[in-house]
Design a binder for this molecule. Structure first.
Ligand SMILES: [Zn+2]
Length: 305
């Protein structure tokens, strides 16, 4: 088992393939074809990855962030007053209505209070949530979203530009610190605004970004507890909402972050050479069995089997 996988067991298991989060449409399509070529017909990634319509009914997040699904998803509109959806060819702008509303409000508040001209929103979830053919281990419940740390341009992006435009890297090549040429006070303001918002369980960022936040935060540091380091995440942050109160089948098996701001020794762990440069994750993921998801999730893709 590689170092990355071990750490995945120790901490909150999220995006092990975060480096691909901003892959262009061509690279993403090739990766998708490769996954489809090897996965068995009943693999959960295939069944959920090919589903194009949301499951009807009231919103319900079922299972866990890495083994779950979503009923009653809604789609974040491609354009809003304060946001644009990126990588539209992936069709991953679906989410729990609580998250979609959260993003719309965060975008408006970021424009008003955090110096952001608008947010570029990356992957949220598939129409019925569930495991994905490419990328994320999590994002199954429609309660997680990747928000780019690249400001929305002043002119609306074309669909092609949204599929191809690169995101800004905020971290130095050695991974030890943010890049002073790209890290801005507005990045800190946005992360603080998001972390202070009710309903947030955690936010994942690169350890170098967490280090910058630890250094730059003033006396009000309680929000830092919700900002957790993870590999990748140099160009976006991963927002995770807690299970909505009414979603009784939603589970978060990961305990809340330990008390404190998560700076100091907890953060230093991430800068050991073996963790800064872990072995790459397998390019092709093993199939996920539908049986490893709640039975209520298998029902959502029943017609495809
Ligand atoms: Zn993510």
């Amino acid at each position: 088992m590689g170092g990355l996988a071990v750490a995945c067991l120790l901490a909150a298991c999220v995006v092990t393939t975060a480096a691909r989060a901003q892959a262009t449409a061509q690279a993403e399509a090739a990766h998708r074809r490769a996954e489809l070529a090897h996965l068995p017909a009943n693999a959960a990634q295939r069944l959920f990855g090919l589903e194009r319509m949301p499951a009807p009914g009231p919103a319900d997040a079922i299972g866990t962030y890495t083994r779950g699904c979503l009923e009653g998803a809604v789609q974040l509109p491609a354009d809003g007053p304060d946001w644009e959806v990126m990588r539209p060819s992936r069709d991953r702008a679906w989410g729990h209505p609580a998250l979609i509303l959260f993003i719309e409000r965060l975008a408006a508040r970021a424009a008003r209070f955090a110096g952001w001209p608008g947010l570029l929103v990356g992957d949220i979830a598939q129409p019925r949530g569930g495991p994905m053919l490419t990328g994320h281990e999590s994002h199954n419940l429609g309660l997680e979203a990747d928000i780019w740390l690249t400001p929305m341009p002043s002119r609306r992006l074309s669909r092609a530009a949204r599929d191809e435009m690169p995101a800004i890297d905020l971290v130095q090549a050695d991974g030890l610190a943010v890049d002073p040429a790209t890290w801005r006070p507005a990045d800190r303001s946005l992360l603080e605004l998001a972390a202070k918002s009710p309903g947030v369980d955690r936010i994942f960022v690169n350890a170098a970004i967490k280090k910058a936040l630890c250094r730059e935060a003033g006396g009000d540091r309680a929000w830092l507890r919700r900002i957790r380091p993870w590999w990748g995440h140099m160009r976006h942050f991963h927002l995770r909402l807690a299970c909505p109160a009414g979603d009784t089948a939603c589970r978060n098996p990961v305990p809340p972050p330990p008390p404190g701001d998560g700076c100091g020794r907890q953060l230093a762990w991430w800068f050991a050479p073996a963790r800064l440069h872990p072995p790459p994750s397998a390019p092709i993921k093993p199939p996920i069995s539908l049986k490893s998801l709640p039975a209520a999730c298998a029902v959502l893709v029943r017609n495809l089997r």
